[in-house]
Design a protein around this ligand. Structure first.
Ligand code: FA5
Ligand code: MG
Length: 381
């Protein structure tokens, strides 16, 4: 079950009570299961795979750019809507701003959904080379590579005209090329050889924009987003003559590849069979899975309404089953002649620590059905 959350937290030097973050109020959608993750700061533990990875990335930057990059890993994850979205030019109607995708503390305050929330503030403070690591929060689907709390590292490098003049290319191409070289070098530093590829993509805050994918467990896994920073962001921090690149790494994704960690929930386990396999500064470790306990699948069908979303379903399931839920997957979807849509979801329950009893799973599934019906305006079939 979910651990009982401490009621007073210290975040980025601020003292915050549970009542300030979990509120019975329509402008707030932070559940206790998320509150209980605030302040855990897995990325600041030198023995934890995420801490080991963060330190290895620091080593790469320290070696290649001695004394250049300022490092931040303790900025408060509770940020303004302005910092999280407006300052990085996310349009007013962008889906990521919705209550379906983001955790709101109140209408003007969110749990940051990316470390890009700190870009503008750090630029305004005068930093031109920085790495900013932190826990980020998103309402999202449930499977082995998605979790509602994960960790990102933001990197930003600002160039001045002296950097690209004489290079024979324009400022934007110069920055894009430098960015790709830097990140390919990082991938080699971490992995030696792996199969990777660049994908062109879109972010509101960069242009051009790219994603890097790594081949892992027979699939291409997206590990980071990056690009050349939109000029408007630099302009607002009085850097009209500069260009910059920025990236956002998904630390869990990189750590899964690096240490062969098969399921993202493992980062949160306190099971010694997991934690004892990692030690400070050790990059070469491959995780040896302890025996995998059997999964149990439960299907649930219902007629949906327009208000139904998969993220809401996942949150209800996670609220009841916590980390015992491994995956929530849509397996059937049809609309009848009357225009009613029915969906069937398959829930995989599995503990990483022990065998679950039938009774326990039936009990969970019963509660899930009850709450799905009560909270999601669907009709169970
Ligand atoms: C962003 O968050 C951008 N802010 C990244 C960025 C920064 C782009 C600076 C350009 C410049 P995205 O939503 O794709 O992008 O997330 C970045 C990475 O976080 C992904 O590539 C992935 O590795 C990881 N990630 C995203 N969602 C999850 C999740 N639910 N669980 C675990 N990791 C995730
Ligand atoms: Mg992405």
């Amino acid at each position: 079950r979910q651990p009982v959350a401490a009621s007073l937290l210290e975040l980025g030097g601020l003292r915050i009570a549970r009542e300030e973050i979990v509120k019975d109020d329509p402008t707030n959608n932070v559940p206790d299961s998320i509150f209980s993750k605030l302040g855990m700061q897995l990325h600041r533990r030198d023995q934890h795979p995420l801490g080991i990875l963060k330190n290895a990335i620091y080593d790469y930057f320290d070696t290649n750019y001695p004394n250049k990059f300022d490092k931040f890993d303790n900025l408060c994850p509770i940020v303004s809507v302005k910092a999280n979205f407006d300052d990085v030019l996310v349009p007013a109607d962008h889906v990521s701003r919705s209550y379906n995708d983001t955790y709101y503390v109140d209408s003007q305050t969110v749990l940051r959904c990316h470390t890009s929330a700190h870009q503008a503030e750090l630029l305004r403070e005068g930093h031109t080379h920085f790495l900013c690591t932190g826990d980020v929060y998103r309402r999202d689907s449930i499977d082995s590579t998605h979790y509602p709390v994960f960790h990102q590292m933001e990197g930003v490098r600002v160039f001045t005209p002296a950097d690209w003049e004489g290079s024979g290319t324009d400022a934007t191409s110069y920055a894009a090329e430098d960015l790709k070289k830097c990140l390919e070098g990082l991938a080699r530093h971490l992995f030696g050889g792996v199969e990777m590829r660049w994908i062109d993509t879109y972010f509101p805050f960069t242009n051009p924009s790219f994603e890097l994918e790594i081949y892992f467990q027979e699939k291409w896994l997206e590990v980071l987003g990056c690009g050349v920073m939109e000029q408007e962001i630099l302009k607002r921090s009085s850097r009209t003559d500069n260009v910059a690149w920025a990236f956002g790494l998904g630390l869990e994704r990189l750590a899964m590849v690096l240490f062969d960690i098969p399921d993202i929930r493992l980062f949160w386990t306190t099971d010694e069979r997991f934690t004892s396999q990692f030690s400070k500064g050790q990059l070469g470790i491959k995780f040896k899975p302890f025996s995998k306990y059997p999964p149990c699948y439960k299907d649930m069908s219902f007629w949906i309404s327009d208000a139904f979303t998969e993220n809401n379903l996942c949150e209800v399931v996670r609220g009841i089953a916590g980390d015992l839920v491994e995956e929530v997957k849509l397996i059937d979807n049809f609309t009848n002649k009357k225009g009613m849509t029915s969906q069937c979801y398959r829930i995989a329950y599995r503990s990483m620590e022990r065998s679950l009893t039938d009774e326990e799973i039936n009990d969970l599934q019963w509660k899930v059905r009850e709450q799905v019906e009560a909270q999601l305006s669907v009709v169970l079939r």
